[in-house]
Design a protein around this ligand. Structure first.
Ligand SMILES: Nc1nc2c(ncn2[C@@H]2O[C@H](COP(=O)(O)OP(=O)(O)O)[C@@H](O)[C@H]2O)c(=O)[nH]1
Ligand SMILES: [Mg+2]
Length: 296
């Protein structure tokens, strides 16, 4: 991995939406998603060359408190190691240990909180564990929306307040409430803004990330512009079709079929153009293997 590329560890309780968030940040179907515990068993590196960043998908925390106790005891009473092993079976917090090892080597940590749940002692212990190796933490309250539900209901807004207090209490001052599926993608800009802020003491990395970020935004604007043009083209085509339907003797169904075909080919060309643009921006899927090495 290049020394200049920044690495962002995405950590949190199991099932909090870490892999889904990385997919959405990378716009690529990396990793495996599932509605059960510890789907991600090893930390996985996902390079985004355009952005000059690597997202590290950490296995979810399940037994942070046990790992914390284990680390403390190991440090304070190393002579009791054999007895410790009989009380704390390290196999039980293997995922937590893998996550913390990955976090240790990262530049910034995203801590994901699942807004379907409320903060509990487990979560404080997860932060304490992260803090024992890292202090650049960005809090992300995730899953803040339900499908088809735009407004935040009373229950959810209560949970959001609880998580906001949780972040403040744990001295995580850079935090945001987000929904990977249904939220405004512009919130991602705020998340990257936090990253830039925390990187500021490493000027070289901050500079490289900033340059990548600029290219990323330019590409997003280009895609937006291209989609608007496509939409305009579709509207014009629809008007033409309506006009010719009024004038011609062809049946409505055959005209509809013709229109469908024309719009399909316009859309296919649009996707091809986007793909061409994306390959200029950096084909992270192919490069991920070469620049990141093997993923665990
Ligand atoms: N509504 C909603 N569901 C989400 C969101 N992020 C993840 N999920 C769902 O939560 C479950 C766990 O997601 P996953 O990314 O595998 O969690 P991980 O174990 O932390 O990596 C999956 O069923 C996802 O579809 C989100 O932002 N909103
Ligand atoms: Mg996962």
């Amino acid at each position: 991995m290049s020394d200049e590329k920044i690495s962002i560890a995405v950590a949190g309780h199991t099932n909090s939406g870490k892999t889904t968030l990385i997919r959405s940040l990378m716009k690529s179907n990396v990793g495996t998603i599932g509605d059960r515990a510890n789907v991600t068993k090893f930390s996985e590196e996902n390079c985004h060359d355009g952005l000059q960043a690597t997202f590290i998908d950490c296995p979810g925390f399940t037994k942070a408190s046990d790992l914390l106790k284990y680390i403390k005891l190991k440090k304070e009473k190393p002579d009791l190691l054999s007895q410790i092993a009989s009380v704390f079976n390290p196999d039980k917090f293997v995922y937590d240990e893998r996550a913390i090892n990955a976090i240790k080597n990262s530049d910034v940590v995203f801590y994901l909180a699942n807004l379907e749940t409320i903060p509990e002692d487990d979560h404080d212990e997860e932060i304490e564990l992260i803090r024992s190796v890292h202090n650049k933490i960005i809090g992300i309250g995730n899953k803040s929306r339900k499908r088809g539900k735009k407004e935040v209901d009373e229950k959810l807004s209560g949970r959001i307040h609880q998580w906001e207090s949780f972040f403040r209490k744990n001295e995580i001052l850079n935090f945001i409430m987000f929904d990977t599926f249904w939220d405004n993608p512009s919130k991602i800009i705020s998340i990257y803004g936090f990253v830039k802020e925390l990187l500021s003491d490493n000027e070289r990395k901050a500079y490289v990330f900033d340059q990548g970020l600029k290219r990323y935004y330019e590409r997003q604007i280009a895609i937006f512009k291209e989609s608007s043009d496509l939409l305009a083209e579709c509207v014009i085509k629809c008007r033409e079709i309506k006009k010719s339907a009024d004038e011609s003797k062809k049946s409505r169904t055959s005209l509809q079929e013709e229109a469908k075909k024309e719009l399909e080919s316009t859309f296919k060309n649009f996707v091809k153009d986007i793909e061409k643009g994306a390959s200029h921006f950096g084909n992270y899927k192919e490069k991920a293997k070469s620049s990141c090495g093997d993923t665990a």
